[in-house]
Design a protein around this ligand. Structure first.
Ligand SMILES: [Zn+2]
Length: 472
């Protein structure tokens, strides 16, 4: 079938045939042969109607009455998964991804803040949002928790672009009223008005959700943090996103700025910012008390592997967080991170655990980027699984791209290990050698938003949103 035939009508029925992989529970850090919660359904059909998954059944079984006329889109031998959920990523930082030579605080001042200033321009924000969402889809990500900039218009542009496609998106104008250059600071009263305007306009509008977005403790005054906490209390359905304990210099700075706080995390907790809808990026330099607070509040850590390595921030101990009951999802943190690909971030996550003597299975990593994140965000009824009633946010993948991966995949496929262990070998090879080049197609709400050039000639990067130069 062609992209035109499927990309226009949400009420249209579609049937996809592939090997389905998703999760029914957290496999934890169990070894592959002991892991539970892995659901593998080879050669199945996914029936899609009105943007949702209508049914899942073996391909050999007859389709229900009324579905016989729907042409099956045959992805036989390919992998079909729920779309990935990136729980921490910065839209404007596509402009500074892969910037040389700095750690967090210098990186912000040298690269990020100058780039973010441009988003005061509505046209820059509009083009930036479109480019960013197209790029997420081209990497297999169908839901995201996103930082725009301090400018209200940058959040509005993201909401507008995501809403137009029916994409699940969580964002909100960044709060920062100190320790940032001219053009990137708000003030408490205006920031509060902007947030309330955005909540009124966008929160719970379709699949859009507002997040109270504190950049990080150093860039907000205590008065602004108190205002942010009040917003969380006043609008209980909203999310909260921020950064915490990413880098040791940052932790020391926060201790100087807030001498009466027990810890960095406590700066947020005492203002009422931590709850089940709080997403805190990094959390590398926390202590046991902090992890207990996160567990009690039901807040999650967005682990950002490629960013932590690229900026030299530190090694997040995922096993310890799991042992102490903290929910952990996976995130790209572009532009500190070096790729929007969740697979590439899983590769870095594996290495970060290996440096600490831990072993991250493909099951644990893939769960964290699908069902695990959906549950932590309170959205498991909608995303994260291939399940009737869920939104048809799906990705289709080739097992291998290029001769080395094809060779290795063939050996894994033909290996004599049995059961989930054999499947894990293949999945781990895919996770470790794969990236966005393995992606065949991305669906959001049952509509194709990305199709690989190789499979169709459909070019998501064509058109003005991607290629137009922007004003300096
Ligand atoms: Zn970040």
């Amino acid at each position: 079938m062609t992209s035109e035939a499927c990309a226009t009508d949400a009420s249209m029925r579609r049937v996809l045939r592939a090997d389905l992989l998703d999760f029914t529970a957290d496999p934890g850090f169990a070894l592959p042969n002991e892991a539970t919660g892995v659901r593998w359904r080879p050669d199945h059909l996914v029936l899609i109607e009105d943007g949702r998954i209508h049914a899942v059944q073996p391909a050999a079984q007859a389709v229900p009455p009324g579905w016989q006329h729907v042409i099956q889109e045959d992805h036989g031998g390919r992998l079909l998964m729920p779309g990935f959920i990136d729980t921490h990523v910065h839209c404007p930082q596509l402009d500074v991804i892969a910037s040389f030579g700095t750690a967090l605080l210098d990186w912000l001042n040298t690269y990020t803040f100058p780039a973010e200033k441009r988003y005061a321009d509505p046209e820059v924000s509009r083009l930036g949002a479109q480019r960013f969402l197209s790029a997420l889809w081209a990497h297999g990500t169908t839901s995201a928790v996103v930082f725009p900039t301090v400018h209200k218009v940058s959040a509005h542009a993201l909401f507008e672009a995501a809403h137009a496609q029916g994409m699940r998106l969580i964002t909100g104008k960044v709060l920062m009223d100190r320790h940032a250059p001219d053009g990137l600071r708000d003030d408490v009263a205006q920031a509060e008005r902007d947030c309330i305007d955005l909540i009124d306009r966008w929160h719970d509008q379709g699949r859009q959700a507002f997040a109270v977005t504190v950049r990080f403790a150093p860039t907000s005054t205590p008065v602004q943090l108190a205002m942010a906490g009040l917003l969380c209390q006043t609008y209980p359905g909203t999310y909260m996103q921020t950064h915490v304990a990413e880098n040791q210099d940052e932790v020391r700075w926060v201790a100087e700025l807030f001498p009466d706080a027990r810890s960095y995390l406590d700066v947020y907790d005492r203002e009422g910012l931590l709850g089940p809808r709080a997403v805190l990026a990094h959390g590398i330099w926390l202590d046991t008390n902090d992890r207990a607070v996160l567990r009690e509040r039901g807040a999650q850590i967005a682990h950002c592997p490629s960013s932590n390595l690229f900026l030299g921030s530190g090694l997040f101990d995922w096993v310890q967080a799991q042992r102490e009951g903290v929910a952990v999802s996976l995130a790209s943190d572009v532009g500190g991170g070096t790729s929007l690909s969740m697979l590439r971030n899983m590769q870095d996550a594996y290495k970060i655990q290996a440096m600490q003597g831990n072993r991250l299975t493909a099951w644990k990593a893939l769960h964290a980027a699908t069902l695990g994140a959906a549950q932590a965000l309170g959205l498991a009824h909608e995303i994260g699984q291939i399940e009737p009633g869920h939104m048809a946010d799906l990705t289709v993948w080739d097992w291998a791209h290029g001769p080395v991966a094809a060779h290795r995949d063939r050996l894994a496929r033909d290996s004599h290990v049995t059961g989930h262990d054999a499947l894990h070998e293949r999945a781990f090879v895919w996770m470790t050698l794969g990236d966005e080049r393995n992606l065949v197609e991305t669906l959001i709400r049952g509509q194709t938003v990305f199709q690989s050039l190789l499979s169709s000639g459909f070019d998501p990067f064509s058109g003005p949103s991607i290629s137009d130069p922007e004003p300096a």
